[in-house]
Design a protein around this ligand. Structure first.
Ligand code: VGL
Ligand code: ZN
Length: 225
């Protein structure tokens, strides 16, 4: 079966100091260890477009527990309202302060080979909404905080995205699911990501697949042989 217009992109999500051990404020277990595989993917000539994203929050961002009275990071949640439509709300987990714009914790980790990355998308810049996806906030009427990523991918003729980076159960997941929503094929490469909550990862993978995302292993050929 031919796919005459097949054209993939690689999305490298949030490979930032604050998501990496040893000192990141929201360090994802083992998060830094995925960098060599991501660098291998970044070097592939068969992928013509490589995009990195950065979680890029203002200091007053609604997802920081410290911006709410007596709320605990990781444990407590808050309710977010669509600034344009008070009827639309969602509940979201609160986090330690992380990836504050222009701070060292928001920097891409130096191990990441950025040579072939042509675009860096900053997301989570609107203090009023949480946004795991690199596309837009999980609100529909109208879209809030649209990064322009869908337009960029369409402009570039992209048909499929490979998603890697941090964290597997939050920003990688939401980005892949929104890519499907926007009409792209979306593949999460499992060795190229790590979750905040490893114990929930198997369930999260099944949910992603239920939403049309293909979760694949980079080593699948070797396994099948
Ligand atoms: C992320 C939690 C909060 C992520 C971002 O990049 O997965 N997780 N902000
Ligand atoms: Zn964040």
């Amino acid at each position: 079966m031919g796919e005459p217009n097949f054209r993939p992109a690689l999305l490298v999500v949030d490979m930032q100091e604050d998501f990496c051990p040893p000192s990141g404020s929201l360090a994802v277990p083992d998060g830094r260890s995925i960098t060599p595989l991501i660098n291998t993917l970044l070097a592939l000539h068969s992928i013509p477009l490589k995009i990195a994203t950065k979680d890029w929050h203002p200091p007053n961002h609604i997802s920081f527990a410290s911006n709410h009275e007596s709320k605990q990071p990781f444990v407590d949640t808050t309710t977010i309202t669509n600034p344009h439509n008070p009827a639309e709300t969602y509940t979201t987990r609160l986090w330690p302060t992380h990836c504050v714009q222009s701070t060292p914790g928001a920097a891409l980790i130096p191990e990441l080979d950025t040579t072939h990355i042509s675009h860096v998308i900053e997301k989570g810049t609107d203090p009023r909404v949480e946004m795991y996806s690199a596309f837009y906030a999980p609100l529909s009427q109208p879209r809030v905080s649209d990064s322009g990523l869908a337009g960029l991918l369409r402009e570039q003729g992209i048909t499929r995205v490979y998603v890697v980076g941090l964290a597997g159960d939050y920003c990688v997941r939401s980005t892949a699911e929104d890519a499907v929503r926007e009409g792209f094929e979306a593949y999460v490469i499992e060795e190229g990501t790590r979750p905040v909550d490893p114990g929930l990862w198997e369930a999260v993978k099944r949910e992603m697949e239920g939403n049309g995302v293909r979760v694949v292993r980079q080593d699948h050929r070797q396994v099948r042989r």
